[in-house]
Design a binder for this molecule. Structure first.
Ligand code: FAD
Length: 212
């Protein structure tokens, strides 16, 4: 198989890039380890920064987001019972955030790729990147059952997250890592209840931090 850009990872980054490149006339193949159903069932982000919402529109994928998403012009910070509102719109020159689920956004991107004939290959196994720092062009392989498929390309994009194969394939002598480790973990709880407030609340108390 041949393409101009082989993108590893069919999450929001990989799909968005594929869509933007397509609109510029550049051919891509996206390789995703999981099935589409699995990716669409993965609950993650709910708040999109202003810049990403703009990018969705630029990618011609923002119609449903603009119809069904909620714009928040600010948020509240609660510190030991004292509530303070931060007016994003006022202090950032008219920006806001969009409350729209990552699952929905990913669905919109998949549908756009389908409409425009994009190639997204699911359930790929053993993805490997080859010849990344040689004079020749890079190539990628993956396994589909017993068959090993080779993709020749001009560029490889690693959009497969921290644990994916792309990061591991970057030669150590050209890799500079910047990392800040925070000693916190997240626990997400979904409940069928009305929102506690019209805007998000970032709350800190003696019992820890909560975002609702
Ligand atoms: C609970 C939670 C809440 C969050 N809330 C927010 C929020 O409110 N706002 C916000 O902006 N962000 C939020 N985030 C972060 C946001 O979800 C990520 O920034 C986003 O998913 C990154 O997208 P991505 O496409 O770069 O990576 P991913 O979504 O991780 O996609 C990478 C893709 O690569 C695939 N992959 C991995 N390995 C391989 C392989 N070997 N071969 C092929 N494919 C592979 C994976 O299956 C995956 O589909 C949240 C994250 C979590 C977990």
């Amino acid at each position: 198989m041949k393409t101009q850009v082989c993108i590893i990872g069919g999450g929001p980054s990989g799909l968005m890039l594929s869509q933007l490149l397509h609109l510029k006339g550049i051919d891509t193949v996206v390789l995703e380890r999981h099935s589409r159903e699995y990716v669409l069932g993965r609950i993650r982000a709910g708040v999109l920064e202003h810049g990403f919402a703009e990018l969705m529109r630029e990618a011609q994928c923002g119609e449903r987001m603009d119809r069904e998403g909620e714009i928040h012009d600010g948020f509240e910070i609660a510190d030991n019972g004292i509530l303070k509102r931060v007016d994003l719109h006022k202090y950032s020159g008219g920006s806001s955030v969009m409350v729209y689920g990552q699952t929905e956004l990913t669905r919109d991107l998949y549908e756009a790729r389908d409409r425009m004939g994009g190639k997204v290959v699911h359930n790929v196994e053993d993805v490997a990147l080859h010849d990344l720092n040689t004079e020749g062009k890079p190539w990628v392989t993956y396994r589909d059952g017993d068959e090993v498929v080779r993709i020749d390309c001009d560029y490889v994009i690693g959009a497969d997250g921290f644990h994916g194969p792309s990061r591991k394939a970057i030669p150590k002598d050209v890799l500079t890592e910047y990392e800040k480790v925070y000693p916190f973990g997240w626990l997400g709880v979904l409940s069928r209840t009305k929102p506690v407030n019209p805007e998000l609340i970032y709350a800190k108390s003696e019992r820890g931090f909560a975002l609702c």
